[in-house]
Design a protein around this ligand. Structure first.
Ligand code: PA5
Length: 298
């Protein structure tokens, strides 16, 4: 898994994957075209693709809203869906995709295979990794290419995701103190990914608070340690709120470059830090026995 994170730049899809814009499923015709709403369905390590796209679409004013779907149940009436499941077998994602199709909404799948790849919808197959969450670069950049093809959005892919041992050590030191993660709404996806990595790799609990809402409740009960996220690219209103929080409560501030390369570089270090924290505690970061057990029991 550590090797996967260290090789993340090799998994960035550098060429546009091909997929059909018009297709038939169950005798019904679907046509993929620009709509001002894009649903991104997916859970866990796959679902974070939607969270990150939501952050970026708002920051860079892309011409559509990203609506993240992390449930079986889907009630959209129009738009386009990107269904992301590393395994292709996650029941919530498959159910949401099937419901979208039933509602006449075209779906594009991003997966390594599984049942999602058998729905008869345009499917982008991405390379495998040691775990779904370790396959973020290929799933995330596949989704970006889908959006580029449909909406013509511009984005720059990084040549490399430079390793910074000082950042990894700082992350390890902060995360080992079991912080509350605090982030503005414009970085919610990044914050949830940090939380998920702490949960799944390090097997530690990790609360997240999102500003400005948390300034209307959580702040009264807040206590240290905090791991606060900020960025030069986010709105001033959000930056100020993060700064005030750290002034009031204390905590470590992490600046994230909210570009595709900046986000992947930061999250690569979060992956490394959480995997190494697990190993230092004699825990296998790769194994997720409770997640597996729940999937089996359903
Ligand atoms: O990272 C993980 O292992 C999990 O969070 C999975 O991504 C999650 O359970 C969903 O599975 P999949 O990504 O195969 O759809």
């Amino acid at each position: 898994m550590i090797e996967d994170y260290m090789r993340w730049e090799q998994y960035i899809l550098r060429r546009a994957p091909d997929f059909e814009l018009k297709y038939d499923v169950g005798g019904r015709r679907y046509e993929i075209g620009p709509d001002d709403r894009v649903y991104v369905a997916g859970m866990g390590g796959s679902g974070v693709v939607g969270d990150l796209l939501r952050d970026l679409s708002a920051l860079y004013d892309w011409p559509f809203d990203v609506v993240v779907v992390k449930d079986y149940f889907f009630r959209g009436r129009r738009g386009l869906m990107i269904a992301v499941s590393y395994s292709g077998n996650t029941v919530e994602t498959i159910t949401a995709a099937q419901e979208a199709l039933r509602r006449g909404i075209p779906v594009v799948a991003i997966t390594t295979g599984g049942r999602l790849a058998e729905l008869g919808i345009p499917t982008i197959r991405v390379p495998k990794a040691s775990a779904p969450r370790a396959a973020l670069p290929q799933m995330f950049t596949a989704a970006l290419w889908v959006l580029r093809r449909i909406y013509g959005i511009e984005f720059a892919l990084p040549d490399s995701l430079p390793y910074d041992s000082a950042l990894e050590e700082r992350l390890k030191s902060v995360i080992s103190r079991r912080p509350t993660i605090v982030a503005p709404a414009s970085m919610q996806g990044v914050a949830y990914r940090v939380k998920n990595e702490i949960n799944e790799n390090a097997k530690m609990d990790s609360p997240v608070e999102i500003l400005p809402e948390a300034h209307h409740n959580w702040i009264e009960g807040a206590s240290s340690p905090l791991m606060a996220l900020t960025s030069e690219q986010i709105p001033l209103e959000h930056r100020r709120r993060v700064e005030i929080t750290v002034d009031l409560v204390g905590g470590e501030l992490f600046k994230v470059d909210m570009t595709i390369g900046g986000v992947l570089t930061f999250l690569k270090h979060v992956g490394l830090a959480t995997a190494k924290l697990a190993l230092e505690r004699g825990i296998d970061p790769l194994k997720t026995p409770r997640i597996d057990l729940i999937k089996q029991r359903l």
